[in-house]
Each structure stands twice: as structure tokens, then as C-alpha cells.
Write a protein that binds this ligand. Structure first.
Ligand SMILES: Cc1cc2nc3c(=O)[nH]c(=O)nc-3n(C[C@H](O)[C@H](O)[C@H](O)COP(=O)(O)OP(=O)(O)OC[C@H]3O[C@@H](n4cnc5c(N)ncnc54)[C@H](O)[C@@H]3O)c2cc1C
Length: 431
């Protein structure tokens, strides 16, 4: 019996590969997407009631590539009989819980998505990939796409426990956290702010003291100016890809403020809450402290240092939530191929314009990636809206024909001097 060979096998079903599966559904490509968990669930520990998606709903799984797809967010609303409520809701930013429900609805309709299927090994043999699922079954595919997302990053000096958790697991631990006497939230990004707001709002029911510390110089707002946001466009990614390694690396730091920080609505809600609570006197059991790094937690004491003044102090605490970010999840089987891959540096592999990881051999079967792309495609590497474009590029490459029309010149800004409008008659010098 001849073996079934897929054109593309996706590892992981987060929003990125789910979007790929939804776009591929209309094509003749034979695809299979594998997820270790039993169902789709988007960062469940952070599905805080009242929290919103940080991108407009148009950055759903498919709209940018194909607004006529049955898997758009608007079609989801239509099927839920929620279009009218959404019409009167009049907002572009939708609840995170609703995005999760929408994505579950899409996943349930796609026969190419298989759950309870952990990819335990991938090897390349005779121009195909052999993908091992749950240590026993073998799937054959011409190409593989890595969509394993990210894993929580704990700072040095902290061991995860029931009392010390990463923000990724907040909701699962919330009841236990609220039994503490002093809860400390560490970090100054969106997750830290949402958790602080939630704990502040419910503080009176439990009576804990609450502290919010960050090493950053302030609790700053995420850039939301429209022209600033244009770096989250395909045009910017196309420009960024042409830059040298050194320039890409340094511009990641320069553009950090575009995706880090807290959205204006959350910061406002926190401030309003603090203001209302201060009417009869400023609260002494809420501490909000920037410029302060935390260096470890021992015997119920948090080791802290106000770095600008160089003053170290210990903060007694019995619950700590580290909203200290994520790092790309590179599975063991990928790291076993390490020597065969070309790397830009010790963290980032080289990828080509179609998001293929570049191997030293000239293989016909390709390993595409949606993960660990920061250095290759810039600050928008994990942006939901940009993932749709990336999926179009990859599906075109897998099909070896233009299944999707890749639109250019989509924003008002010009990033490269190589594309300056002819009407200005500019004289260029240099490269
Ligand atoms: C709390 C939070 C909120 C965010 N909000 C936004 C936002 O509003 N807007 C925005 O643009 N971006 C946001 N992001 C960033 C980004 O959009 C998300 O991280 C997104 O989930 C990335 O999708 P993904 O598919 O790459 O990875 P993930 O969602 O992490 O999914 C990866 C999947 O791979 C599975 N997996 C891993 N290894 C294997 C294996 N060996 N076999 C099978 N399956 C495996 C995992 O179980 C997981 O389900 C947010 C990130 C976080 C952490």
C-alpha cells in the first residue's frame, strides 16, 4: 500500500498555524496540522474577563488574505447571531475571550486540524519529512511548518512554584494567589498591567496588600499613533528583511516601544481605579514602583534594587507573579538538527524570503517557520495581523505557484530610499 504524503504538515495549532489551515482549506494542498493539547485554547491563563485583543478584529485568521473566506471573524459573528450587537458595540478591539471562541469555532470546522497529537520527532529522509506523533505514529510530508509559539521566560533567581508563577498561568492560580497577604506583580507590559488591574479591582474582597514593580523607567503606554503602527505592515517587513544583520539587530531595540508597554485603556482604568480609591486618603497597601529590578525570592522576601539610586531593599511577599515575557519555543527535535542549519547568531536561524529555515544541504523538502522570526521580520514577528501575510507567502511557496496575490504598497509611508516616488525626482547616492 502506498503511503499518504501531505504537502504540508504543521506543528502546533496556535493562531498562526490555525490561520494557515484556514487559508489552505480553499486550496488543493493536502495539509495536516498537529496540536499536542486536546483543543484550541489561546493563552488560557491570560483570558482575563474584560481584556481586549491588541489588534483590530480585521487581523483575524484570514481577512487580510481573503475577506470572502468562511473563516472570517464577521462570519463567526453572523453564525452566532451577534452581528447586530457587534454593530452597536462599534469597536474594532474585541474581547480576547471572544477571539478565542472564534478561533475554536474555526478549528472545529477544519478537517486538517488534529488535536491530542504531540510531534515528538521530525527527520528528513529521501526528500520527505517523517513526523512522529505521540512517539508512535509516522506522518509523511513534503514540507513542515513550525508553529510552536513561545514559552514563558522566568528571570534568574526565581523557581516556579504555587506561590511564584509566570503570568502565563495567572487564571489557573488566581484563587491561590488571592489567599496571600502580599501579592507582587513584576513587569510593565500589557500582561502585568491587566493582572494588576484585576487584583486591584478585587482587592477589597480579600484584603491583600498589592505591589507592582518594574525595572523599566516607567509604566508607559504602548505606541498607538497610526503612522507608528505602520511598522506592523507587510511593506515594513519587506523593507526590514533587506537590512544587514547589524542594522536589524539594533533597530529591534529602537522599535521596542511599538509593541511593549500598556495600552491606553488599561492604563486609564488603573489610574481611574486608584483615583476613586484615594478619595478618603491615599492607600498605603498598594505600591507602584518603577526603576526597580527584582533579583530573586527567598524565605518570603523579594530581593529588589532601585537601580537609578542603587538602593537595594527586601520586600516581604508571599505571592509573586512574573509578567516577564516569553521566548520562542524551539522543540528538541529541531535543536537536534542544529548542526545542519545555518544560524545568523546563537539564537536566530537564517531564513529566506519565503520563511524557509536555511539548511546547509540543498534539500528539496523545506522546514518553514512561524516561530523565532524577530530578527528576520522585525518587531511585528508575533503580531496577529502580520501572520496572515506570512501564511500567504508560505502557501504560495508550498504550492510553487501564486495561490494568493501578495499586495504591495499597502501603507502611506515609504521605508526604503530605493522606492522613492518618481514624482520627486530625487537624486540618490550610496547603495
Ligand atoms: C497573553 C498574550 C496576549 C497576546 N495578545 C496579542 C494580541 O492581542 N495581538 C497580537 O498581535 N499578538 C498578541 N500576542 C502575541 C501572539 O499573537 C501570540 O503569542 C500568538 O499566540 C502566537 O501564535 P502562535 O501560533 O505562534 O503560538 P501559540 O499560540 O503559542 O501556539 C503554539 C501551539 O503549539 C503547540 N505545540 C508546541 N509544541 C508542540 C509539539 N511538539 N507538538 C504539537 N503541538 C505543539 C502548543 O501547545 C501551542 O498550542 C499575545 C501573546 C500573549 C502571550
Amino acid at each position: 500500500m502506498s503511503k499518504q504524503v501531505y504537502d504540508l504538515c504543521g506543528v502546533g495549532i496556535g493562531p498562526f498555524n490555525l490561520g494557515m489551515a484556514a487559508l489552505a482549506d480553499k486550496t488543493s494542498l493536502k495539509c495536516l496540522f498537529l496540536e499536542k493539547n486536546s483543543s484550541f485554547n489561546w493563552h488560557p491563563g491570560m483570558l482575563i474577563s474584560g481584556s481586549d485583543l491588541q489588534v483590530p478584529f480585521l487581523a483575524d485568521l484570514v481577512t487580510f488574505a481573503d475577506p470572502t473566506s468562511p473563516y472570517t471573524f464577521l462570519n463567526y459573528l453572523h453564525h452566532q447571531n451577534r452581528l447586530h450587537s457587534f454593530f452597536f458595540f462599534q469597536r474594532f478591539d474585541i474581547p480576547r475571550q471572544e477571539y478565542n471562541e472564534y478561533a475554536k469555532w474555526v478549528a472545529a470546522q477544519l478537517p486538517s486540524c488534529r488535536f491530542d497529537s504531540k510531534v515528538t520527532n521530525v527527520i528528513s529522509r529521501d526528500g520527505l519529512y517523517e513526523v512522529t506523533v505521540n512517539g508512535q505514529e509516522t506522518i509523511y510530508a513534503r514540507h513542515v511548518v513550525l508553529g510552536t509559539g513561545s514559552v514563558p521566560m522566568m528571570p534568574p533567581g526565581f523557581k516556579p512554584s504555587n506561590d511564584v508563577i509566570h503570568s502565563n498561568f495567572f487564571l489557573q492560580h488566581k484563587a491561590h494567589l488571592q489567599k496571600g497577604e502580599t501579592i507582587v506583580v513584576v513587569g510593565s507590559g500589557q500582561s502585568a498591567a491587566e493582572i494588576f488591574l484585576e487584583l486591584l479591582t478585587e482587592k477589597d474582597q480579600f484584603g491583600y496588600k498589592l505591589a507592582w514593580l518594574t525595572r523599566s523607567s516607567g509604566f508607559l503606554q504602548m505606541e498607538s499613533a497610526k503612522l507608528g503602527q505602520e511598522v506592523f505592515s507587510p511593506d515594513y517587513v519587506n523593507y526590514f528583511k533587506t537590512l544587514s544583520y547589524k542594522t536589524r539587530k539594533s533597530s529591534l531595540n529602537e522599535l521596542e516601544h511599538l509593541r511593549n508597554g500598556v495600552d491606553a485603556a488599561t492604563l486609564k482604568a488603573i489610574y481611574d481605579h486608584m483615583y476613586h480609591r484615594s478619595i478618603y486618603g491615599k492607600e498605603t497597601d498598594v505600591l507602584i514602583q518603577p526603576l526597580t529590578e527584582v533579583n530573586g525570592f527567598e524565605d518570603g522576601r523579594l530581593h529588589c534594587r532601585q537601580w537609578q539610586e542603587d538602593i537595594s531593599f527586601e520586600l516581604p511577599a508571599d505571592r509573586v507573579i512574573l509578567a516577564t515575557g516569553y521566548k520562542p519555543h524551539l522543540p528538541d527535535w529541531l535543536l537536534r538538527m542544529k548542526e545542519k542549519i545555518k544560524w545568523e547568531d546563537k539564537h536566530f536561524f537564517e531564513i529566506d524570503d519565503d520563511y524557509r529555515i536555511i539548511f546547509k544541504d540543498n534539500r528539496p523538502n523545506h522546514l518553514f517557520t512561524l516561530t523565532n522570526l524577530e530578527l528576520a521580520s522585525g518587531t511585528g514577528a508575533t503580531n496577529l495581523g502580520l501572520s496572515v501575510r506570512r501564511n500567504q507567502v508560505i502557501l504560495n511557496a508550498v504550492a510553487d505557484k501564486p495561490l494568493f496575490n501578495l499586495k504591495q504598497d499597502t501603507v502611506f509611508q515609504n521605508f526604503s530610499a530605493n522606492f522613492i516616488q518618481e514624482t520627486f525626482s530625487i537624486q540618490k547616492s550610496g547603495r
